[in-house]
Write a protein that binds this ligand. Structure first.
Ligand code: SAH
Ligand code: SF4
Ligand code: F3S
Length: 442
């Protein structure tokens, strides 16, 4: 039987899909490249914005004719859209079943170990016994597609309740994975020649597993970074996501000390306005952000900083929006993932505030902040002109090989050999652009 997993959302979901894949392979399913000839489709969904959920609901229609053609086809949904019990249609009442009659089952990712049982009921598969020894979600070896860059979950869930955010409702409270398990996964990845380790969690700085060393005097996250840095073969560590209120000095001080701490950090600020940050329930001020960036750049002066910004949050005035623009300029943030605020039912903001910034104003602010970023990024990228940069090749596309520099800058050179994927290549940059550095392999 053939399966296809469609993944949406953040790296956490991509990492979860690699674990789902392992279970399906153990049960004898084989991968296919699209919806068309699959007997099993799993949608691993994101809920962060209403649009993301609407896109999934929209798929309901295309599944009906597919099921007519292949009566064996079963379709399941997991990921952040599934916030209630896991199971099959006639056992579980879930909104998704009402809106999408073509769906057969849903499961929360924390119930991944129930998937074999669910599939056994629907497809009469025999492999359910095979996967019993996998014991829990965190113990499943992921089936990775990209050997050079791996995404390793260190925790799941979130305790923060930023007023706009659905994630704590979708993923539940923070659960930390033992350090020993993470190190084990890092070592296995390094043996397969992984060069870049991406640690994922909603708030990596609050990572606190039971096997923390209380004598160390450092935060558990700093301890973890130190341990990963010593694993042979690992030479880039990235992590997503840091919460500015919880970033500790001991982690900042590892920049410039540990060989694998890259000169880049993703620091989601969401807004540069003290009043908006307060309504967002973020528990930090613009001054705290200034202090953090100053400390980071004191360690590595050319550090690249990327961020997330929400425009048009409840009550955001033009002045408050401009405070974001000014702070971005002041801190020289060169990559911004901008989102237009989307009201999420059940969150604090949806109960307390009005989603009152008109759609066209959100669109205009989205556009203006994107233009601002292009200018900063263009200026930042000029420093690379004529310089050599080392990139880890991620893909071959339209006659180019592209990948990221340690600073998280996309860089490319002319090439068409897929064997380059996962390899380091040094290029001499002759064309630094807003989005990309272009050059020739040396
Ligand atoms: N844990 C991360 C964020 C996870 S959600 C952090 O604290 O930064 C990823 C991003 O989606 C957020 O950074 C935010 O910019 C965006 N986002 C979350 N909820 C949103 C909403 N209701 N509307 C628009 N964007 C949202
Ligand atoms: Fe959402 Fe805030 Fe948690 Fe990030 S820290 S996942 S934005 S609640
Ligand atoms: Fe989306 Fe869930 Fe990630 S809501 S952004 S997939 S944690």
């Amino acid at each position: 039987m053939k399966y296809f997993i469609q993944t949406y959302g953040c790296q956490m979901n991509y990492s979860d899909s690699e674990r789902i894949t392992t279970i399906l392979h153990k049960m004898g399913y084989t991968k296919t490249d699209g919806f068309q000839d699959a007997d099993l489709i799993i949608l691993n969904t994101c809920s962060v914005k209403q649009k993301a959920e609407d896109r999934i609901y929209g798929l309901g229609e295309i599944f009906a004719p597919m099921k007519k053609k292949n009566p064996n086809l079963k379709i399941g949904i997991t990921g952040c859209m599934i916030r209630e019990a896991s199971g099959i249609r006639n056992e579980v009442k879930h909104d998704v079943f009402r809106i999408m009659p073509t769906i057969d089952f849903v499961f929360q990712i924390k119930d991944l170990m129930q998937l074999p049982e669910i599939l056994h009921k629907l497809h009469h598969t025999e492999g359910a016994e095979e996967v019993k020894d996998l014991c829990s979600y965190f113990h499943i070896d992921p089936t990775v597609t990209n050997l050079a860059q791996v995404f390793i979950p260190i925790s799941s869930g979130c305790n923060n309740f930023c007023s706009y955010c659905i994630v704590p409702y979708a993923r539940g409270r923070e659960e930390c994975r033992p350090m020993a398990d993470i190190l084990d996964e890092v070592k296995k990845a390094a043996k397969r020649e992984a060069k870049e380790i991406n640690l994922v969690g909603q708030n990596v700085n609050t990572y606190k597993p039971d096997d923390t060393d209380p004598e160390s005097g450092e935060s558990p996250f700093a301890q973890l970074l130190r341990k990963i840095d010593t694993v042979e073969g690992v030479d880039r560590i990235r992590f997503y996501t840091v919460h500015p209120k919880d970033m500790t000095d001991d982690v900042i001080n590892l920049y410039g000390e540990l060989k694998s701490m890259v000169p880049h950090i993703h620091l989601p600020i969401q807004s540069g306005s003290a009043t908006v940050l307060k309504r967002m329930n973020r528990h930090y001020t613009p001054d705290r952000l200034r202090e953090l960036v100053q400390k980071l750049r004191a360690r590595l002066p050319d550090m690249s900083i990327s961020t997330d910004i929400i425009v048009g949050f409840c009550g955001e005035t033009e002045e408050e929006f401009m405070e974001s623009c000014n702070l971005i300029e002041e801190l020289k943030i060169d990559l911004i993932y901008v989102s237009k605020y989307s009201e999420r039912k059940g969150t604090l903001a949806s109960e307390k505030y009005k989603d009152d910034v008109p759609a066209e104003v959100k669109k205009d602010r989205f556009f203006r902040i994107t233009e601002l970023m292009k200018n900063i990024s263009h200026e930042y990228n000029q420093q690379f002109k004529g310089e050599k940069v080392k990139i880890l090749v991620e893909r071959i596309r339209k006659g180019y090989a592209d990948g990221k520099t340690p600073e998280f800058k996309m860089a490319r050179f002319k090439a068409d050999d897929p064997k380059l994927i996962g390899k380091y290549v040094t290029i001499k940059v002759d064309k630094p652009m807003e989005w990309c550095l272009e050059g020739k392999a040396v």
